[in-house]
Design a protein. Structure first.
Lengths: 112, 111
């Protein structure tokens, strides 16, 4: 039973436009959410996180939105750049436990 | 900067061989994790450790074991490698309940 779902396996966006990656979760006990970016043949790189006490966190071109009532979070990348092309993983945890539950990832392609 | 290193980037082994994957972190992190990544399946947790000599099973521990004799080092052992263990293996570490930082990964091919 998947607790963290990324329903879009892939997304294609034009350079300069907004990329929106979505993630849904089922466990209402999750209180910490993260996004990781992964290039082929490399380990995932931490991108941005959000605590359940917030509904938005911003870091440069990256913004994460959390809608607790819908159990949904999204990552916005504005403006998108070709170097953003990678697989993006959403992850969630109960901070008291420490281990992360990952979604299956969304492959983002940003076309010049 | 957090640094997590893995002993090999690429490894080719034969079915039935015993395989050791080593992971070292230099940030005095309490927690260490082993995942495998397969296309369409995302990252799946094999084992994790909250302290030296402590280990906990993750979602897919079958066919694997781990060892944590020192705080900075976490080893994954494939007792008898099989072809379905061909995968990308990723090690991560973190302070308590904080963000996990990943190593570069080991791509293992079992023939």
């Amino acid at each position: 039973d998947q607790q963290v779902k990324q329903n879009s396996p892939s997304l294609s966006v034009q350079e300069g436009r907004i990329s929106i990656l979505n993630c849904d979760y089922t466990n209402s006990m999750f209180d910490y959410f993260l996004w990781y970016k992964k290039y082929p043949a490399e380990g995932p790189t931490f991108l941005i996180s959000i605590s359940s006490i917030k509904d938005k966190n911003e870091d440069g071109r990256f913004t994460v939105f959390l809608n607790k009532s819908a159990k949904h979070l999204s990552l916005h990348i504005v403006p998108s750049q070709p170097g953003d092309s990678a697989v993006y993983f959403c992850a969630a945890s109960k901070r008291s436990q420490g281990n992360l539950i990952f979604g299956k990832g969304t492959k983002l392609s940003v076309k010049p | 900067d957090v640094k997590v290193t893995q002993s090999s980037r690429y490894l080719v082994k034969r079915t039935g061989e015993k395989v050791f994957l080593e992971c070292v972190q230099d940030m005095d992190h309490e927690n260490m994790f082993w995942y495998r990544q397969d296309p369409g399946l995302g990252l799946r947790l094999i084992y994790f450790s909250y302290d030296v000599k402590m280990k906990e099973k993750g979602d897919i521990p079958e066919g694997y074991s781990v060892s944590r004799e020192k705080k900075e080092r976490f080893s994954l052992i494939l007792e008898s490698a099989s072809t379905n263990q061909t995968s990308m293996y990723l090690c991560a570490s973190s302070w308590y309940q904080e963000t996990q930082y990943f190593g570069p990964g080991t791509r293992l091919l079992v023939l």
